[in-house]
Design a protein around this ligand. Structure first.
Ligand code: ADE
Length: 225
């Protein structure tokens, strides 16, 4: 998969790129690229934002700046582009990111992520250039960089080659394998600690019973929510 992140702060992604599953995914041929809006601004002095019409606090990312950055990267009219690839804007009010959406996104050969800053995007960006609006939760962060990293993390770790153990992304919380339920509890050594013991079934070596127990635990956790 090819992921392009449009951001005013590409340096914010340096730590993320150093994470093992991300470098594994890149070593496997997946690609993460960055476009800095500021470098493609058609305005003087690298201006990217402006005051909102109608007044109010904060600054708004300009539509002409976002268009220039998209054109610089894809050499296409962004209005046509969104029919060809998923152009995802990270916004607090978007579709909530969950495992089902991640499964949908990993089917794509390429993704474009637009991070905003300040008060967000000029609405015409969302109306005309964007195919998806995605939120990582109903709270407001200072910008879209962390949400973009969250989305990239959730997507990349499911791609072949990202995790050492391929099965670990298959059977985990909210996966289809676990009926979209939270994952069952895990235990490791020591089997007994301060009188807290591990459920006998996990020490039994009975694979079918363990599987059954785990699914029952997941279902019980789902019922608690
Ligand atoms: N930008 C700012 N806050 C956000 C959020 N909660 N989700 C996605 N993008 C955001």
């Amino acid at each position: 998969m090819e992921i392009d992140v449009f951001t005013l702060f590409p340096a914010a992604f340096a730590w993320f790129e150093g994470q093992r599953h991300v470098s594994n995914a890149v070593a496997h041929g997946h690609r993460l690229g960055y476009v800095n809006y500021r470098e493609h601004s058609p305005l003087g002095g690298g201006q990217v934002d402006d005051t909102p019409f109608g007044g109010g606090a904060g600054m708004v990312l300009r539509v002409d700046v976002v268009e220039a950055a998209l054109r610089a990267r894809y050499d296409r009219d962004p209005v046509a582009l969104r029919a060809e690839r998923r152009i995802v804007a990270l916004v607090p009010s978007g579709r909530l990111l969950d495992d089902a959406l991640v499964d949908e996104l990993i089917q794509e050969p390429a993704l474009t992520l637009l991070s905003g800053r300040y008060e967000g995007f000029d609405e015409r960006v969302l109306e005309h250039f964007v195919s998806d609006r995605v939120s990582i939760g109903r709270y407001v962060l200072a910008g879209g960089e962390l949400p973009a990293m969250v989305l990239c993390d959730a997507v990349l770790r499911k791609l072949p080659g990202a995790l050492g153990h391929e099965a670990s992304a298959l059977e985990e919380s909210f996966s289809a394998t676990l009926e979209r339920a939270p994952e069952y509890p895990h235990y490791t050594r020591p089997a007994e600690y301060r009188g807290w013991s591990v459920p006998d079934v996990l020490l039994s070596g009975h694979h079918a019973q363990i599987k059954q127990w785990r699914l029952a635990q997941s279902r019980a956790r789902a019922a608690e929510d």
